[in-house]
Design a protein around this ligand. Structure first.
Ligand code: HEC
Length: 278
């Protein structure tokens, strides 16, 4: 009894230390005083699947807007069949890009058309070049960004947002002017989602910036959600397979449990009845 009370006491102390310590650490790591919106995503939850139309629109936003600064190094054109495109459509998409292919007789760089096995080309030749064009900041690669960032809410930690909600947050919470009393560094923009609220990326989206191939109205919010869905897919293209596999495993384990229950009952039946075993 005494032992149990001691143990519970110790657990309570540990939990308190963890909560207080954790809050202090996350506050130091750049919590924000802003609460951001959580969106509904068709791909969320254990049975969620990607909205293919949103993925295709997101690709269009990436290609027409973001790809002038952000690379997408880990995605090859052939992966775009996941978005619902046929092999021929992917071939045509790849052929819109050009890749260096050695030198010609005059020593000039030759170019060839992109092929499905090529990866998305990077907009800048080097990190230095990328920083030079962006006020010293580096536009991060998109391959994993869709799942890797979070926005920690300082006063209401349960409202913290992650992944694709964070991307939408970045794209839709710019202020035209910084709040009163906030000193902005040269060339920086006030953003509610970004850690420290000063971001070197100028607001990249505004209403009607792209003309969607499927006729959807291209509001800023719509484009933000579409490109966030696309970035989430880029970061975890095998999500649907993972979820399907998880479901299969759960069904298998459930059947196995039922089977083992009956096996167990049968094996112990005679012992429980008190029958002689030999
Ligand atoms: C003109 C160049 C440029 C364009 C176009 C651009 N970005 Fe950026 N982006 C940047 C730079 C530079 C940064 C780094 C900002 C910083 O570190 O302060 C950035 C940062 C970001 C971040 C925050 C990453 C983090 O570290 O948390 C996201 C998200 C983002 N961009 C998404 C997009 C999306 C989506 C688009 C297209 C709709 C886009 N960007 C278009 C230059 C650009």
């Amino acid at each position: 009894m005494l032992y149990t009370i001691k143990k519970i006491g110790l657990m309570a102390v540990t939990a308190t230390v963890m909560v207080v310590g954790g809050t202090a650490v996350s506050a130091a790591a750049g919590d924000s005083a802003y609460d951001l919106k959580k969106n509904e995503w068709p791909h969320a939850g254990p049975f969620g699947t990607f909205d293919k139309a949103a993925l295709q629109r997101g690709l269009q936003v990436y290609k027409e807007v973001c790809s002038s600064c952000h690379s997408l190094k880990m995605v090859a054109f052939r992966n775009l069949t996941d978005l619902g495109y046929s092999v021929d459509e992917v071939k045509a998409f790849a052929a819109e890009y050009e890749f260096p292919a050695g030198l010609d007789d005059e020593g000039e760089v030759k170019y060839r058309k992109g092929l499905p096995q090529d990866y998305f080309p990077s907009p800048f030749g080097s990190e230095e070049e990328a920083r030079e064009s962006n006020n010293g900041a580096l536009p991060p690669d998109f391959s994993l960004l869709g799942k890797s960032r979070e926005h920690l809410s300082m006063f209401t930690p349960w409202n913290s947002i992650y992944g694709e909600d964070y991307i939408v947050g970045i794209l839709t919470t710019y202020h035209e002017e910084a709040p009163h009393g906030v000193e902005m560094a040269e060339g920086m923009y006030f953003n509610e989602a970004f850690s420290g609220n000063q971001i070197a990326m100028a607001p990249p989206l505004f209403d009607e910036l792209v003309e969607y191939a499927d006729g959807t109205e291209a509001t800023k919010e719509q484009m933000a959600k579409d490109v966030a869905t696309f970035m989430y897919w880029a970061a975890e293209p095998k999500m649907e397979e993972r979820k399907k596999m998880g479901l299969k495993v759960i069904i298998y384990m459930t059947l196995l449990t039922i089977l083992l229950y009956f096996v167990n009952k049968r094996v112990w039946k005679r012992v429980k009845k008190g029958e002689d075993l030999v």
